[in-house]
Design a protein around this ligand. Structure first.
Ligand SMILES: Nc1ncnc2c1ncn2[C@@H]1O[C@H](COP(=O)(O)OP(=O)(O)OP(=O)(O)O)[C@@H](O)[C@H]1O
Length: 547
């Protein structure tokens, strides 16, 4: 089962635009004049005249201005392909060759070394080797899973909680018909953002894989062209109990210097003895033929900033770098409202986004996600990044949560501002918003795009079990540091006064491309922490060994 993007986002320019109808438009307390207008279009959208608080003829350029810069054909296939067509580094070539040989690989590396982008390429290769229905793509969190069109590792495994003994978990997986089928079908399993999976759970997954794959024949009733291969695999399964993960090819990525797992009861005696990090799992070393740390960083290009981040990753900062941060990034003044704010805690994120939205004084347009399908899959959709209710208004800062066009940098994480709303001539939005309006977002690159609803499907092979329809946007004045792990941002302001635990400062600071985009408050060197066990673990990789 995986999240499959079937984007319906289209560039505004892609459709002919001309005026044909009168529509009701949102009102704005801060706007100087009426918020309704008469506009016509022969194309897909009717424009109303509010743009940045202006109206009427004054805003007539909305038709022309709105079309400028929107000439791109965001075909879904193209979007997926251009990322995987990036040139390979030597290390990446080495990994692809190991994957082709059927080896299990752990890929780590600093934030921004391209782990997630590269993983998409590996997934394509695995699909060619094993057949798409035998490759399962997972991640530790719904947000990370969504970025790869995958599912959470818990959902794949058929286990909704982890704090139980392995026999109980095995029974749960056995009782879950679909999970049982997945365990028998899987030939390659991908796990992204593994730093948030604890070692105990990793060992339990290995145990379940061995047990299910050795004791039970593949129950897959699909009579397809893979039948012969499936029979071969059935014969092999007698030996699977002796093999790590029952012989599944495992591709695991993550950076243990980033956020660790969230333990259910962090201060309980059970948690104290629990293997917190995945690399503490008993099966860890036996799980991989190759463990490799990617060393080339793509997200940042300024070598001084890269060095500073490398120090913070290891929990230290030298006086020169500290001074650089204090002089260049620390500010006590209220940040520019266009800059994304990161907070350690969710309640601050919610509060800031709501306050900012309402402070604009504009009419708020609500979009309520439309979920369809069966339980428990529908519940799982709620753990993804697409919000249950999205509230927007003119001037709202938003962040794209899917790639629209990679070449034009309209990618997951791109930020922009809602500059207008348009009425599509079809009913594409009516089922998620009674307003019938779609937002136009002017991205920080200058491009303006009408954002149409997108879908997030939970599928397995060809079957779709549940679908969420929503706009691919979230409010972006504020985000949690946990939610932004994996994102690239052009600029951010982070208040670290309530930062806690290891890796949090590193994750926050490493999201931006350059020091110019980084604004800090509540920063103190004492907040920079790396776990001693993680430092110890990374000694095994050549780039961390002292000569
Ligand atoms: N081969 C590449 N060539 C050029 N740019 C790349 C390449 N791989 C990744 N990038 C760019 O680098 C940035 C970071 O990539 P990505 O998110 O895959 O890194 P990551 O290692 O997964 O980061 P994190 O650990 O923070 O999740 C993205 O903007 C991406 O487009």
């Amino acid at each position: 089962m995986k999240f499959v993007s079937s984007s319906v986002v289209r560039s505004f320019f892609h459709r002919a635009v001309a005026v044909t109808s009168t529509i009701a438009t949102p009102t704005c307390r801060n706007c100087s004049s009426s918020s309704s207008s008469t506009t016509t279009t022969k194309g897909k959208y009717s424009h109303h005249s509010i743009k940045n608080g202006k109206s009427g003829d004054e805003n007539k350029p909305s038709n022309t201005r709105a079309t400028r810069g929107r000439r791109f054909p965001p075909k879904q296939k193209k979007r997926a392909d251009d990322e995987v067509a990036l040139p390979l580094t030597e290390q990446q070539s080495q990994i692809l060759s190991a994957v082709s040989d059927g080896h299990s690989v752990f890929i780590t590396g600093s934030a921004g070394t391209g782990k997630t982008v590269f993983l998409k390429r590996i997934i394509k290769l695995l699909a060619r080797i094993h057949g798409p229905k035998h490759v399962f793509v997972t991640a530790s969190t719904g947000v990370a899973a969504c970025a790869l069109n995958g599912q959470t590792i818990h959902s794949f495994a058929g286990i909704d909680f982890t704090a139980a003994d392995r026999e109980t978990l095995l029974l749960k997986a056995l009782a879950n018909r679909r999970a049982f089928k997945r365990w028998n079908k899987v030939r390659a399993l991908v796990i992204d953002e593994v730093s948030m999976v604890d070692g105990e759970f990793f060992d339990n997954l290995d145990f379940i894989a061995r047990e299910l794959r050795s004791q039970h024949k593949d129950q897959d009733q699909d009579q397809d062209q893979d039948q012969d291969q499936d029979q071969d695999q059935d014969q092999d399964q007698d030996q699977d109990q002796d093999q790590a993960w029952g012989g599944i090819q495992l591709i695991v990525t993550g950076d243990f210097f980033q956020l660790p797992p969230i333990l259910d009861h962090p201060h309980s005696s059970a948690s104290a003895s629990r293997k917190e990090f995945t690399f503490e799992a008993d099966c860890w070393n036996a799980s991989f033929h190759l463990q490799i740390e990617l060393t080339r960083i793509f997200r940042q290009s300024d070598s001084q900033f890269i060095e500073l981040l490398q120090g913070i990753r290891r929990g230290c900062i030298n006086p020169e770098h500290l001074q650089l941060l204090l002089n260049h990034c620390c500010t006590e003044t209220e940040p520019d409202p266009s800059v994304t704010r990161l907070y350690p805690r969710n309640q601050d994120v919610k509060r800031v986004n709501e306050e900012r939205l309402r402070s604009l004084g504009c009419e708020i347009i609500s979009y309520t996600a439309l979920d369809s399908g069966q339980q428990p899959w529908k519940n799982q959709l709620k753990r993804g990044i697409a919000p249950e209710v999205l509230e927007l208004c003119l001037g709202a800062r938003v962040l794209l949560i899917k790639n629209i066009n990679v070449f034009r940098r309209l990618v997951n994480g791109a930020t922009g501002t809602v500059t207008a709303f348009v009425k599509p001539q079809d009913s594409t939005v009516m089922d998620i918003s009674s307003s019938g309006l779609l937002p136009i977002v002017q991205f920080d690159s200058g491009l303006e795009v009408v954002i149409e609803p997108d879908t997030w499907d939970l599928t397995e092979g060809e079957l779709v079990f549940a679908t969420r329809k929503q706009l691919p946007l979230i409010l972006a004045w504020a985000l949690s540091i946990h939610k932004c792990q994996g994102m690239t941002l052009n600029s951010l302001h982070t208040d670290l006064s309530r930062a806690f635990g290891c890796g949090m400062v590193y994750v926050a600071l490493s999201r931006v491309r350059s020091l110019d985009g980084l604004h800090l408050s509540g920063f103190s060197p004492s907040k920079i922490k790396a776990h001693p066990k993680v430092l110890q673990f990374y000694q095994r990789f050549p780039c961390n060994q002292t000569p």
